[in-house]
Design a protein around this ligand. Structure first.
Ligand SMILES: CC(C)(COP(=O)(O)OP(=O)(O)OC[C@H]1O[C@@H](n2cnc3c(N)ncnc32)[C@H](O)[C@@H]1OP(=O)(O)O)[C@@H](O)C(=O)NCCC(=O)NCCS
Length: 284
């Protein structure tokens, strides 16, 4: 039987349905579903306000069955979220949503996607002209005996967010201060390498939310600093260890984390050297 599918801009009344799809399509181990629902909903609401051309929902028989959110900042387009309800996956909705979201990439210098390892996602991004950078992910408790001295790094706060712009322009090819500010405002921790050499963001649950630095010594110190704050009874998570992040691979090995293939980083157009760099899932 034919089902009626439509893709439209995401409206405020769609926020709950879309956030529910994200929770169902990709449960996050270590994060309560209600907490994840609120986090996705808040990010979607922010995305609708700043990037209305980038946020789309798909409906099947009137029910929200998927959404895409793309955010553009300082000339870099990022696919922040793409989810299709498990009951309707594999029927072309992901492709339809990505096609709409990519319209907002028309004027961007470059584009980044931190992909999941889902073969459907990888196929979609490859088909849209993105080049893959395969990546490892690291996970597990931190061996604290390996922690080095960390004088190079200090804790930051919301007043330091503007300092991330120059570092991101040099490393990613574009700043994302509005997104870093949002992470810090919602409880993530900001760390700065002295002398403007880099910064990192860590979540209270022990995930490296992102890291960018102008040299590897600063990058190593920042990564160790985030790992030092992983709860003693919790696990660290580090995504996006591409081939050019050998410095992060070394730190992950020394810290005793388990490394395994993860979702690739995809790039299109003009982006920065992307090293030393660990991408943010939502804000690459
Ligand atoms: C990834 C996701 C958004 C794709 O949406 P979807 O509606 O399921 O995918 P589509 O039906 O549009 O198919 C996408 C492509 O994958 C192909 N495909 C479908 N099933 C597949 C499978 N099991 N293995 C490999 N490719 C598959 C399709 O043929 C299509 O390629 P084509 O257009 O070149 O033929 C969706 O599956 C999802 O939400 N997955 C879980 C969350 C996730 O990983 N999101 C991505 C975050 S980066």
């Amino acid at each position: 039987m034919e089902t009626a599918t439509e893709v439209t801009r995401l409206a405020p009344e769609d926020l709950d349905g879309a956030a529910r799809v994200a929770v169902d399509a990709m449960p996050m181990p270590g994060e309560l579903p209600e907490r994840r629902f609120e986090r996705v909903r808040r990010r979607l609401a922010a995305g609708c306000a700043t990037d209305p051309e980038g946020v789309w929902v798909a409906r099947e028989e009137g029910r929200i069955a998927g959404f895409a959110m793309a955010l553009t900042s300082d000339g870099l387009w990022v696919l922040a979220q793409l989810f299709v309800d498990p009951a309707t996956q594999g029927r072309g909705l992901g492709r339809a949503l990505l096609t709409r979201a990519l319209r907002s990439a028309a004027g961007a210098r470059g584009a980044l996607i931190t992909a999941s390892a889902d073969p459907r996602a990888i196929r979609l991004y490859g088909g849209a002209g993105f080049a893959p950078r395969p990546a490892l992910s690291a996970h597990g408790p931190v061996d604290r005996r390996a922690l080095p001295a960390l004088e190079l790094v200090r804790d930051g706060d919301v007043d330091d967010v503007e300092r991330t712009a120059a570092i991101d322009r040099a490393v990613r090819g574009g700043a994302r201060t509005r997104h870093i500010a949002q992470l810090v405002a919602t409880g993530d921790r900001l760390y700065l390498a002295r002398g403007g050499r880099g910064y990192a963001v860590g979540t209270p649950q022990g995930r490296v939310a992102t890291l960018a630095a102008v040299d590897e010594e600063a990058a190593r110190a920042l990564l160790w600093r985030v790992l030092a704050d992983v709860p003693a009874d919790g696990n660290a998570t580090v995504h996006g260890l591409t081939a050019t992040q050998a410095w992060a691979f070394d730190v992950a090995l020394c810290a005793g984390l388990a490394l395994a293939p993860g979702g690739p980083l995809f790039t299109r157009g003009r982006v920065g050297p992307l090293t030393p760099f660990l991408p943010s899932g939502a804000y690459s």
